[in-house]
Structure formats: C-alpha cells, structure tokens
Design a protein around this ligand. Structure first.
Ligand code: F6P
Length: 360
C-alpha cells in the first residue's frame, strides 16, 4: 500500500488537474494499492490537516479542466517560519500531518516559492517530489513549466484581436501581459502576434527608444502599432536606482497608475499628444480555462515521471523538462533561483532581427 499526499500551491494555472491525473494514473500503474490524500488550498491544507481522501475516479475527466480540484493559496516562503495567525508552527504542523497520515510521499505542484517550501520539507526529512507549475515559465532548471503555453496562447489571442481593431482605427495599443519579474509570456506572445515593441522586466526600456520605434512605423506608413508589455516592465532610469529608491519609485508609480501599461501610455502621450493610445489588460484570463494540447501532453508526462520517481523511491526531486526529455533534478538545485530572460538569448536576438524593438 502506498499513501501519497498531493497539493497545488501558489497562483493557479492551466493543467494543474491534468498533472494530478497524470500522477494518479502513473501511481495506479506502478502499485496495486494506492491511497491519495489531496490537501485543500495548497500548503494551508497540509498545515491544518485539511484534506480529502481521493480515489482514481476523482481524477477521471479532469484532463481538460482548468483551475485545480484541490484549490490553491499562497504560503510565502519568506513567512514560513512565522507562525499562523492562530499560533501554529507551519513547518512543524506540516510534518505532523504528513506523519499522522503515514504518507510515503508528498507531491507538490507549484512554482518557485512553492518548490522552495517543498525543498525545505525535503530537508526536514519528508519524501517530496515537485512538479513545475507556472504560467511564467521562470522555474530554474526546467525548459518548460506547465501552464506557460496555455497562457501564451491566451495572450497571443488577445493581441491578435487587438491587432485588427488597432489597424481599423489607426491606434497604438499597449497590451499588458502577466509577469512581474520575468517576461517569458510577453516575449513569446509578442513574437507570436507580431507585436512591434516588447517590453520585459529583464530588459529595462528607454521611453525615447520606444517612441523612436513608433515614429519609425509612422514614417513607414503604418497607421497603428502594438506594444506587448510585461506587468513588471521597468524603465532604465528606475532600474538603475539603488534598491530602496527603486522600490519607492515603483510604489509611487503604482499609486499613480492602475498598472504599468497605463504609465507607459501616459509617457507616450507626453511625447505624441495627438496619438490615439489605448490599453488592454487581459489579466487573470491568462491563467484560466482549459489547458492547450501542448500543456496536456507535458503535464501528463510530468505526472507519469513523478509516479516513476515515487516507485524508485527517488525523492527530493523536481520533475523537469530538458529539451524533449522529462527528467528530474534535486529540489535544492532549483530552489531560490529564477529563470530570467537574458538580452543575449537567441530568442531576443531573433526578435530584434525581425525589427521588434525592446526599447533598449
Ligand atoms: O505567478 C503567476 C502570476 O499569474 C504572475 O504572472 C502574476 O504576476 C501573478 O501571478 C499574479 O498574482 P495574483 O493572482 O496573486 O494576482
């Protein structure tokens, strides 16, 4: 008999259910008897011993279902050693729940912060396997996370729709794409939808350069322009400030504008008073709905790999994708690192060759 705990932690995304289904199908293929304990609302469920005993049937018919059947919440890693409002020691409580249920392994579907916690629990002696979830595709050590391609599809579709109306009305549109610290979705959706300007947090922009790109298009007779801008896009002036002042500048802008796209629209308006500039923010639609076929495939493969690791007793691992291979690396190797875009990445150079401006 194998007793496996499972939880989904952090911001949700497409293919969480598909991954859990993959894990469970894999487990039933590996072991005669399996008991699955699904913790509700992420680590919260593990802390408070809030779980549901699930059967194979509970994972049937959920391959295409968005969200997570277990619910999710954020339990910030930096607050892990701060007791809960009702005074519980989080790590101690999680270990107690694990031991009380006599679990053989805990499978964590989560992003960076959640995998840091998974690593901590592994260091504390629990058997843990991580599966790389996030629309942001910023988990260090994996080429791909599940959720990313689905989010790129949605952001691309939004920009495609904006394209036709921008063209009809001769407008400049700024589409704000999710990604506070990294700009992978913006970069991919921007290229996929033929955006003229792509602004990402990793490549600070100069508003003059952005204006130049728009002017160049006008001079070339193009009546409209599309900017794909990440939530965390940052100007060169702000990026070079010392940390404290930078944080203050970002907070000041957040108090003045609903989000970064509006700030950029305002800056452009000052340069081109006559320009018709509009903002579109698809927001959480990028995390919603059914996973795209690509995500269904990789999440199923990640789930199968997690089951294989459990069978081998190979714990403390994060399931990852390297090229076309699904493999695993130690949780500790990935914990605490983010996978950023580098201005030297091939994909950035390719985009520049296509004439896309990064405002740098
Ligand atoms: O980490 C996933 C993500 O969707 C980011 O792209 C985004 O910046 C953030 O979560 C939004 O968080 P919340 O759902 O808490 O608003």
């Amino acid at each position: 008999m194998k007793r496996i705990g499972m939880l989904t932690s952090g911001g949700d995304c497409q293919a969480l259910n598909a991954t859990m289904r993959g894990v469970v199908k894999g487990l039933y293929g590996c072991f005669k008897e399996v008991e699955i304990y699904g913790f509700l609302e992420g680590y919260k469920g593990l802390i408070y011993g809030n779980y549901q005993k699930l059967s194979a049937d509970d994972f049937s018919g959920i391959l295409t279902k968005g969200g997570t059947i277990l619910g999710s919440s954020r339990t910030p890693f930096k607050e892990l050693d701060i007791p809960t409002p009702d005074g519980l020691d989080k790590v101690k409580s999680m270990k107690e729940t694990y031991k009380k249920l006599k679990l053989d392994c805990l499978v964590v579907l989560g992003g960076n912060g959640s995998q840091k916690t998974a690593n901590r629990l592994s260091e504390e002696g629990l058997n843990v396997i991580g599966c790389p979830k996030t629309i942001d595709n910023d988990i260090w050590g994996t080429d791909m996370t599940f959720g990313f391609q689905s989010a790129v599809d949605i952001a691309t579709n939004t920009i495609d729709c904006i394209h036709t109306t921008a063209c009809s009305h001769g407008r400049v549109f700024i589409v704000e794409v999710m990604g506070h610290k990294v700009g992978w979705i913006t970069l991919h959706a921007g290229i996929a939808s033929g955006a003229d300007v792509i602004l990402v947090p990793e490549i600070p922009y100069d508003i003059k350069k952005v204006s130049d790109a728009l002017e160049k298009r006008t001079k070339a007779g193009k009546g409209f322009s599309i900017l794909a801008v990440a939530e965390g896009a940052i100007s060169k002036e702000v990026a070079k400030l010392p940390k404290k002042e930078r944080k203050q500048a970002i907070a000041d802008a957040a108090a003045k504008y609903p989000s970064v796209a509006y700030e950029i629209a305002d800056k452009l308006k000052q340069q081109f008073p006559g320009m018709d500039i509009r903002v579109t923010v698809p927001g959480h639609t990028q995390r919603g709905g059914s996973p795209c076929p690509y995500d269904r495939v990789i999440s199923s493969r990640f789930g199968a790999k997690a089951a294989e690791l459990i069978k081998k007793g190979d714990f403390g691992k994060l399931v990852v994708m390297k090229g076309n291979e699904v493999t695993a690396i130690p949780l500790a190797e990935s914990a605490g690192k983010l996978k950023y875009i580098s201005p030297d990445d091939d994909i950035v150079k390719n985009a520049k060759m296509l004439g896309i401006s990064f405002g740098d």
